[in-house]
Design a protein around this ligand. Structure first.
Ligand SMILES: [Zn+2]
Length: 267
């Protein structure tokens, strides 16, 4: 292992769905619990003096329309707010192949995609015959990724691996077969970008799994895996929780409500 690099780390919100209720976000819930529980959509970016690594690609306007989500800005526009040009990003870690994580891949024409082997197997294998397991995937994104495999633009991992000094990926499965989370060394220590290992803080805190799931046992183990890799629980960043924007500071007032810094302690 090379000596670790310290990274700046951002979460960038690009979309939301306000019309979501508590019963949509927990596997075990009161079917009448229709209290609002909106979901936000993020990409993340780790920046060092030498390198920029983006985590996930978001989705585009067409996907937002077909799935009834509100796209607030393209991922390209969101990244530009922190001086990152999506079109020239060289490395994108893909936590999993659900539409909201791979749907923006075309905005990264120069990127190498870093993916777990088991996620590609899941997205192209027998489980995709079943609506219950395939409905969060969009077939066009998956066929595009198959093309990227043939073009040499996908680097595969089987378990934990180092992507760059100070950035590692960790396979957990659960939500999908090949879901991975990302650990980033920052000025406040090791921060874990959980992605959908925990959608909301509450999934992890109450061990209350999100209802879109491939393997519940692995999803529950995933909460422990996050804690094992983060310096403290306050170093774990959920994948879809609007609270992330409340807890962390914006880089400057202009970016309030859109971008936060994850490399500084939460408020
Ligand atoms: Zn997601």
């Amino acid at each position: 292992m090379t000596s670790p690099q310290v990274w700046d780390l951002y979460a960038i919100k690009y979309a939301t769905m306000q019309e979501r209720t508590r019963r949509d976000n927990f596997m075990v819930s009161d079917p009448h619990d229709d209290a609002p529980m909106p979901i936000d959509y993020f990409v993340w970016a780790a920046v060092s003096p030498e390198q920029t690594i983006v985590i996930d690609t978001g989705f585009d306007a067409e996907e937002a329309t077909s799935r009834g989500r509100t796209l607030q800005r393209s991922v390209t526009e969101g990244l530009a707010m922190v001086e990152i040009e999506a079109a020239s990003v060289a490395d994108v870690i893909v936590t999993h192949l659900h539409y909201d994580h791979i749907g923006g891949h075309a905005e990264f024409p120069a990127a190498q995609f870093h993916l777990q082997e088991s996620e590609m197997q899941y997205a192209t294998g027998p489980h995709m015959c079943t609506h219950t397991l395939n409905h969060s995937f969009t077939v066009g994104h998956i066929t595009d990724m198959v093309r990227h495999v043939f073009e040499g633009r996908v680097t595969f991992y089987d378990g934990a691996s180092e992507i760059a000094p100070g950035i590692t990926v960790h396979h957990v499965g659960g939500h999908t077969m090949g879901l991975q989370f990302v650990r980033v060394l920052t000025r406040r220590g090791w921060v874990v970008v959980a992605s959908d290992t925990t959608h909301f803080y509450e999934n992890m805190e109450r061990i209350a799994p999100f209802p879109i799931v491939y393997n519940v046992g692995d999803m529950v183990r995933g909460y422990a895996a996050l804690r094992a890799q983060a310096d403290t629980e306050a170093h774990i960043v959920p994948g879809h929780d609007p609270l992330v924007l409340d807890r962390y500071p914006a880089p400057d007032a202009r970016l309030e409500g859109v971008v936060v810094r994850l490399d500084v302690a939460p408020k």
